[in-house]
Ligand binder design. Structure first.
Ligand code: HEM
Length: 185
């Protein structure tokens, strides 16, 4: 079991980042959409606090994942791919990094602009990034929401691509992201 990536497979660390972040991010979108519909109350405040804490965790994991990706080789495509397919996959993957780093930052900025400090699982509190400002808060809320929709669009493209490789092309693109995968002899 290799921890690092090679030219033809993902290592366990990259696979772990992939599935852990997939679960956290899907949960975060669901939680975000659910909590904004709740009436003001204890449950709503608890879920907002959870959303903020897990969002900061996602940011930290994404930063580590980016560092790991840059420090490791990227496996070559698992099967033949047209030039436009490669480009599309590359753009979607790059945008995932941009969006998943921007969502937490806009969330943190929005909380500061709304005069709420961000506590991370009650362990420590992040410094406020801006002074309270209602106009800025509203702009950041809109940006956060649109980044969320962009994320859902990227997710749909990403999953469609993975299943196209798996079902139509019959290659190992999806399988080799699963820990324990071995190339068939
Ligand atoms: C992976 C990271 C994140 C994702 C995927 C995400 C996603 C979302 C989504 C989908 C919504 C619902 C938007 C709406 O319907 O108006 C939302 C709302 C919100 N998010 Fe995030 N978020 C993330 C990180 C963060 C972080 C780190 C913070 C703060 C530190 C934060 C603060 C908020 C707040 C305050 C709202 C409610 C806005 C309102 O009251 O309208 N988010 N988020």
């Amino acid at each position: 079991m290799g921890f690092r990536n090679t030219r033809d497979r993902w290592g366990v660390i990259a696979q772990g980042f992939h599935w852990l972040l997939a679960v956290l991010v899907i949960g975060m979108v669901g939680l975000g959409l659910y909590m904004v519909e709740l009436p003001l109350g204890v449950r709503m405040l608890e879920l907002y606090a959870l959303h903020k804490s897990v969002g900061v965790l996602v940011f930290a994991l994404m930063a580590l994942r980016l560092a790991w990706r840059l420090a490791n080789p990227t496996p070559a495509p698992a099967g033949p791919m047209k030039a436009y397919e490669r480009r599309l996959a590359g753009v979607v993957h790059a945008l995932f990094y941009v969006v998943l780093l921007s969502l937490p930052i806009t969330g943190w900025l929005m909380s500061s602009a709304a005069n709420f400090s961000v506590s991370v699982f009650g362990l420590f509190t992040l410094p406020d990034l801006v002074t309270p400002d209602k106009g800025l808060e509203d702009t950041l809320k809109t940006a956060h929401l649109w980044l969320g929709w962009t994320l859902m669009g990227l997710f749909a493209l990403h999953v469609a691509g993975a299943f196209k490789h798996h079902m139509m092309d019959g290659d190992d693109t999806l399988r080799r992201m699963v820990p324990g995968w071995r190339r068939r002899a």
